[in-house]
Design a protein. Structure first.
Length: 223
């Protein structure tokens, strides 16, 4: 399998996390979800976590320099040496430019950006039903993918909770931030001929299938 450096792009609640986990299993590539990394940092009380906390609680983006440092550190790591999947990064044009510069330094390049397209109305419906497991971050939905036992994670048995930033008023702000700061990345990557759109309103199995076929085409082209 050739190196694959992939980005998952899409609004909050578009299914990046669910699809990223599946893709990681399929491709056995390191998977870096900046939201998960930051939530872990907040929980551990690291310096990055202390800075990020207030931004995350409001549904604002953390400053570019903080998150760029976090990602640069991981891309330099050896496990990312054969490719990676990025979820939730980049989220601004300066972050995308920093990523390009970082990859340049490492003599690598992006193979594809996968945009998971979902309307705002659908996102609000999804996020308000989303539950995550307190320990492992595994994702459920009260309507679309409920756990076997209500309120309990199927995988590790821990409690399922509503993320603080999944509260409706915070979700609205996260969507505004997406449209204002992240959506410009669509044309940024279109110009580099890297953008691939996937209809994210379909059910998760269908979305996974679309992504799988896209990635296998890419692997053939790269191979
Ligand atoms: P997510 O789980 O990807 O929705 O991320 C949760 C929160 O983490 C976001 O609302 C931001 O506050 C923060 N965050 C995650 N990734 C980034 C990023 N690339 N740039 C800035 N903030 C981020």
């Amino acid at each position: 399998m050739p190196d694959l450096n992939l980005i998952l792009l899409g609004p909050p609640g578009s299914g990046k996390g669910t699809q990223g986990e599946r893709l990681q299993e399929d491709l056995e590539l390191p998977y870096y979800a900046t939201g998960d990394i930051l939530r872990a940092a907040v929980k551990e009380g690291t310096e990055v976590g202390q800075t990020a906390r207030e931004y995350m609680e409001r549904g604002d983006l953390v400053p570019d320099e903080v998150i760029i440092g976090v990602i640069a550190e991981r891309l330099g790591d050896s496990p990312a040496g054969h490719g990676f999947i990025l979820d939730g990064f980049p989220r601004t044009v300066p972050q995308a430019e920093a990523l390009d510069a970082e990859l340049d330094k490492l003599g690598r390049q992006l193979e594809a950006v996968i945009l998971i397209d979902v309307s705002d109305d659908e996102i609000i419906r999804r996020i308000t039903g989303r539950r995550v497991c307190a320990d492992g971050g595994h994702i459920y939905h009260v309507e679309f993918s409920p756990p076997e036992t209500e309120g309990v994670c199927d995988i590790d048995g821990s409690e399922l909770v509503v993320r603080d930033d999944d509260r409706p008023e915070v979700v609205r702000n996260r969507l505004d931030q997406y449209h204002e700061k992240t959506a410009p990345l669509v044309s940024y990557y279109e110009k580099q001929a890297l953008l691939n759109r996937v209809d994210g309103s379909a059910d998760p199995d269908q979305v996974a299938e679309s992504i799988r076929s896209l990635v296998s085409t890419l692997s053939l082209e790269e191979g």
